[in-house]
Design a protein around this ligand. Structure first.
Ligand SMILES: [Zn+2]
Length: 374
């Protein structure tokens, strides 16, 4: 599911003021996804692969192609080049996984950078089953298609001159190639073709998460700064029908201490963990860690990041410490900002259309075609 860490928040916060006006074309819109960073080696295969080097000349390579970094360039089956672009009629396989479009390999600071450049709409079809299940009610799948498209275009506009627009992990949107495309995912993308969410004419920052646990969160409560008008948080009882809205976790204080230390926090001999101040949405602003060095208030998102986003699933929890162990009991999954995926599922089951679902979670926004907002 979708978890945002502060690394790219700096960019997000800068964008909140103005939004990002797209100059993107549709339907020829493409997107560039980093599928491997700092790779030591990569194997590319596929039927009928066509490879070109940095000057556009074809490079005669027989699949499988073994690629390694070499002297500020790369070596492909022993041949040196600065950049390699590989395509195939059906799919290019990277370390055994199929991808549509073009695979581009360049040397990076440490190892290889592998980017998949493909039509935006194809990317969305592959992404849907990485984020939710296409077996969900179709209106919820369509809502997911629109926010993933919106999120991708916003990132593309923000990273115009970068080597790629999006990560393929929870840093941005989870994407694992075209292996899990299916007809319902394709239908949701086709029936919303080119549609994005806008506010005041600009493509919005379409943050989303798995399960809000009862109310969605204001963006500023998670990342500081000011919340854009469409990310101030709404009530959402709909996700509470799902078993995924509650979580429990048991960790020894020793493990928590190790993880906090690894994240750079000065704690030693942790003896207690207590909930600190809650914000107006019910989530913890901070968690109090008691150690032999005294009490330290750790920010809610900082605590999740240090201990593990998948371990501490939300900042809405209570905690009890006994016998050297901490017992967490929480509500929701993810940062809580923007659309709640499990809430959207329930709204779709209740008969709402994807447009109604989206305008509920992002108040004041409008659905527009990319081609109409240039
Ligand atoms: Zn919810």
């Amino acid at each position: 599911m979708h978890i945002v860490v502060p690394v790219f928040l700096a960019i997000a916060i800068v964008l909140w003021g103005a939004g990002s006006r797209t100059s993107a074309a549709f339907p020829g819109e493409t997107i560039r996804i980093a599928i491997l960073k700092n790779g030591a080696a990569v194997t590319v295969a596929g039927d009928g692969i066509l490879a070109t080097r940095e000057n556009g000349d074809a490079l005669a390579l027989a699949a499988p192609v073994d690629i390694k970094p070499e002297n500020a360039g790369i070596s492909a089956n022993g041949m040196f080049c600065r950049r390699l672009r590989i395509s195939a009629p059906l799919a290019v396989y990277v370390n055994g996984k199929p991808y549509r479009g073009v695979i581009e390999i360049t040397p990076a600071d440490k190892g290889l950078l592998v980017v998949n450049e493909l039509p935006l709409e194809d990317y969305l079809v592959g992404l849907i089953n990485c984020e939710i299940s296409s077996a969900w009610p179709i209106e919820a799948v369509k809502a997911q298609a629109v926010i993933a498209r919106t999120y991708a275009i916003n990132r593309k506009n923000a990273r115009k001159n970068a080597l790629y627009h999006l990560e393929s992990s929870v840093m941005d949107q989870v994407y694992d190639g075209c292996l899990i495309e299916d007809s319902r995912a394709r239908r949701a993308v086709t029936e919303t073709a080119g549609e994005v969410l806008t506010y005041d004419g600009a493509v919005i920052q379409a943050f989303y998460h798995s399960n809000c646990g009862g109310r969605t969160e204001a963006a500023a409560n998670v990342w500081g700064g000011t919340s854009p008008p469409y990310l101030k948080g709404v009530e959402c009882q709909y996700c509470l029908t799902s078993t995924s809205s509650v979580w429990e976790q048991r960790l020894t204080l020793r493990v928590i201490e190790e993880r906090l230390k690894a994240a750079g926090l000065k704690v030693a001999g942790v003896s207690d963990i207590r909930t600190g101040v809650r914000n107006n949405r019910g989530r913890l602003k901070n968690i109090v860690v008691v150690s032999s060095r005294g009490e330290v208030a750790v920010g809610g998102d900082q605590f999740r990041k240090a201990v593990g986003y998948g371990v501490i699933k939300s900042t809405n929890f209570t905690v009890k410490v006994a016998g050297g162990e901490a017992f967490f009991s929480g509500l929701g999954n993810g940062h809580g900002v923007g659309l709640c995926q499990w809430g959207a599922k329930q709204r779709a089951l209740d008969g709402f259309g994807y447009g109604e679902i989206l305008s509920y979670y992002y108040p004041g926004t409008e659905l527009k075609k990319l081609s109409d907002i240039r």
